[in-house]
Design a protein around this ligand. Structure first.
Ligand code: GLC
Length: 421
């Protein structure tokens, strides 16, 4: 009996010490489509392995609103969130509030795509771990291209013509709410990614070049914006001026658009059991600006970082390493079509089966156009905000493209006055 009591006492002691050690980690995960559910499965698996608990903090869908929320929390030194899901373009902006993961991430970092590793480093230090890679893609309705006997558009002029033809035809068939092309036109970071694709595809550069020179005021960029402004109200609903990713996916997935620009996550949802367009969708590179233009998809993606103000930095770092591991990236790719950042997973048969486009569009991902986040450092959000506001004015016909770009050039020069960083 005494022995039993002693062993019960021992067991209770172990339990007590486990729970004293076990911690609660909070993580911000975005919730586009299935993102929340897939994040939850990942953190629950880690919690089970470690005995810790994890709380998910939901964040706004708009990247720009999310950044503002993070900046507010971090500026106050708040320890409410231990692990932040951060956009590839925010590392420089948030670095002062993040833990240096160089030592802990060292063993794994070389397994990741170099472009994504670059977005995770600031002044040579690893401030985040790559989680998934994004690139802008063209989604099309294969059934409608077949019906109207049209090929997948190669240039924006082709897309404009084909979108128009399908839209006219579908509307004649009584589908008054059918549109040719939907994308992200709200004045937020997503518009920067869309407009950069138009500009780069016409050969108009990437707003600011690698040396920090402002290049956006040029005839190719003007031409690109003119083309995009021409879509609004013709092949694209005026409402697009307030669309983020999810609003455009809503229209496309309801079967009400021929083409959509979006990130890879929309694939798993379009192919979902309850999708009205399941089996009818294809993905291609976004069109070229013209015969001498190029296919251009903006490089996007998300990283995981640990807050400098976390009270449980070791456990938080362990969670980051678990979520960004090969096993977890594979699960996310198969279930949610989140492109891995680990190079080896690009030859994984299960991932290729679930997402045929990943293999077919290797060029889109390897040649994705980077936003000028590294070169403009802490100023990136200001640069992007000026850019998307200027583009939004053109799209809503409040400014002519050349005039808007001239003003933008002047505003960017003002931001750069004391150098970028
Ligand atoms: C996606 C991309 C991100 C981009 C954002 C714009 O979340 O991963 O890089 O900034 O969309 O809306």
């Amino acid at each position: 009996m005494p022995r039993l009591i002693a062993s019960l006492g021992l067991a209770a002691g172990i339990l007590a010490s486990t729970s004293a050690w076990a911690v609660e980690i909070s993580i911000s995960c975005s919730a586009l489509g299935k993102e929340y559910e897939i994040c939850k499965q990942g953190v629950d698996a880690w919690a089970k392995r470690t005995g810790n608990t994890v709380k998910i903090v939901s964040t706004p869908n708009s990247a720009t609103e999310r950044l503002a929320l993070y900046q507010q929390l971090l500026a106050a030194g708040a320890s409410d969130i231990d692990v932040f899901q951060i956009d590839v373009v925010w590392t420089g902006i948030l670095a002062d509030h993040l833990m240096d993961l160089t030592a802990k991430g060292q063993a794994d970092i070389d397994d990741h795509l170099p472009a994504m590793v670059e977005t995770s480093r600031v002044n040579g230090k690893l401030m985040a771990m790559p989680w998934f890679a994004d690139a802008g893609l063209l989604y099309y309705r294969q059934d409608l291209l077949d019906k109207y006997k049209r090929p997948v558009p190669q240039t924006w002029a082709d897309l404009t013509e084909t979108a128009r033809m399908i839209q006219d035809g579908e509307r004649k068939d009584g589908r008054g709410d059918f549109w040719g092309y939907v994308w992200q036109g709200r004045a937020y970071e997503g518009l920067t990614t869309n407009a950069l694709e138009w500009v780069a595809s016409f050969g108009g550069g990437a707003i600011v070049d690698d040396k920090g020179e402002i290049t956006i005021e040029n005839p190719k960029a003007t031409e690109a914006l003119k083309a995009a402004a021409g879509w609004v109200g013709t092949i694209t609903p005026e409402g697009v001026l307030n669309y983020t990713e999810e609003e455009s996916r809503g229209v496309f997935q309801a079967g009400n658009a021929a083409f959509m620009r979006n990130w890879p996550y929309a694939w798993a949802l379009a192919q979902g059991a309850d999708s009205t367009i399941k089996g009818k969708v294809g993905i291609a590179p976004l069109p070229k600006g013209g015969a001498d233009g190029r296919h251009a998809g903006t490089l996007g993606g998300q990283l995981l970082a640990v807050s400098k103000y976390s009270k449980n930095a070791d456990a938080a770092t362990d969670l980051v390493l678990y979520l960004t591991s090969q096993q977890e990236q594979k699960r996310r790719a198969v279930e949610g079509s989140f492109n891995p950042t680990i190079v080896a997973l690009y030859s994984d048969a299960d991932i290729a089966r679930a997402n045929p486009f990943i293999g077919d569009l290797v060029d889109v991902f390897t040649n994705a156009v980077a936003r000028p986040a590294t070169v403009t450092g802490q100023n990136y959000n200001k640069v992007s905000t000026e850019f998307f506001n200027a583009v939004h004015q053109v799209l809503s016909k409040r400014a002519e493209p050349a005039q808007a770009l001239n003003r933008l050039d002047r505003d960017l020069k003002r931001i750069k006055r004391d150098g970028w960083k």
